[in-house]
Each structure stands twice: as C-alpha cells, then as structure tokens.
Design a protein around this ligand. Structure first.
Ligand code: 5GP
Length: 187
C-alpha cells in the first residue's frame, strides 16, 4: 500500500511522517530528490537526495513537481523494490505529485491531507521553526492557501491541532485501510 501524506508547509507533516515510520517497521519512507539547498541538520540520503538541476533531470522519477521555486521528485526504483518486498511506503509529497501517483500506481493508494488549525497558526509555526527566510515564508503561506483546496481530493483529512492526536488519527487510518485491504482480498 502507498500512503500519501500531503499538507501545506509547516503543518507538521514531516514530524508526523517520522513518528509513523518509527512506530511501524513495515512502513518505509520514500526519500525524495530535490534541487533545494539543504537546511541545517538535513542529511543527504535521509531527508532528501540533494541534486543539481542537471542531475535531477537525468533521474528516473515516479512523479515530480516544481514548488517554492525548486524541483522535487520520487526516485522510482526504491519505491518499486520496497513494494515488491511487501512493504508499505509513505510519501511526504505535495498534491501535484500526489495526483500523479494516484493516477499511475498499480497498488492501493491511501491519501491523507494534514491541515493546520488556521492560517494564522501556520504563520506562527513557520516563523517559530526559523528555517526559511521571510520571503520564503510568505511564499509558503501564499501557496498554503491554494494547497488547502486540494484537501477535498484526498481520502482523509486530519487537522494537526494536537500533534499526538494527529499521529494517532493517521495510525488509525492506516490500520483501518489494512483491514479493508484484507476484507477486499477475501472477496
Ligand atoms: P520542503 O522544501 O519544505 O522540504 O518541501 C516542500 C514541499 O515539497 C512539501 O510539501 C513536501 O511534501 C513536497 N515534496 C517533498 N518531496 C517531494 C516529492 O518527491 N515530490 C513532490 N511532488 N513533492 C515533494
């Protein structure tokens, strides 16, 4: 099963993804490639594969997109290998890439959209995490408003008001969808 987590930047999606991965050895995170510069504390091969534009364009990608002025994409081979091994794969990607996966995937896809309690809270979170420049934060907030309209195209939406509760909801969705898969298999 492919699990897609999408959210406007700063909604806590990456932290939720990390918690989900560490709590379930059967779920593997898909590590994306990007042309964005690494942030402090980001590690090559763990957070992203950091590429030049020329390198990125040569890659075999399952989906790709341009957002916030940078290219992002999912390396195909890794995902296909994990699916063959019977693992579930978690994608931390934005909606344009999510639609490409939903269209093309040959395995079950469960899509979850994480929403902030409000845009004001999102602004505070982006400022507090102190990772991006002010112009970048404004760009991310502007795109966040547009991104939220995509929530209706996902199977589930989860509001990240309380982090632990949001993680619990995502875990419940995964558990439910695994059960549904099994019920369908029995038919
Ligand atoms: P950030 O620069 O904050 O790490 O990520 C910016 C946005 O790009 C986030 O919404 C993140 O989910 C999305 N993203 C990261 N990797 C990929 C990818 O491989 N494909 C797509 N379509 N989006 C991605």
């Amino acid at each position: 099963m492919i699990i897609i987590l999408s959210a406007p930047s700063g909604c806590g999606k990456t932290s939720i993804a990390k918690r989900i991965i560490s709590s379930d050895p059967n779920i593997i995170l898909s590590v994306s490639a990007t042309t964005r510069k690494p942030r402090p504390a980001e590690i090559e091969g763990i957070n992203y594969f950091f590429k030049t534009i020329a390198e990125f364009k040569k890659m075999d990608l399952l989906e790709s997109t341009k957002i916030y002025g940078n290219l992002y994409g999912t390396p195909r081979q890794f995902v296909e290998d994990q699916i063959k091994k019977g693992k579930d794969i978690l994608f931390d990607i934005e909606s344009n890439g999510a639609y490409q996966i939903m269209d093309k995937a040959h395995v079950k896809v469960v899509s979850i959209f994480i929403l902030p309690p409000s845009l004001e809270i999102l602004r505070t979170r982006l400022l507090n995490r102190n990772q991006d420049s002010e112009t970048d934060i404004e760009l991310r907030l502007k795109e966040a408003e547009g991104e939220q309209n995509h929530a209706k195209n996902y199977h589930y939406t989860v509001i990240n008001d309380d982090f632990d509760q949001a993680v619990k909801k995502v875990q419940e969705i995964i558990a439910l969808e695994r059960l549904r898969g099994k019920i369908n298999d029995q038919k």
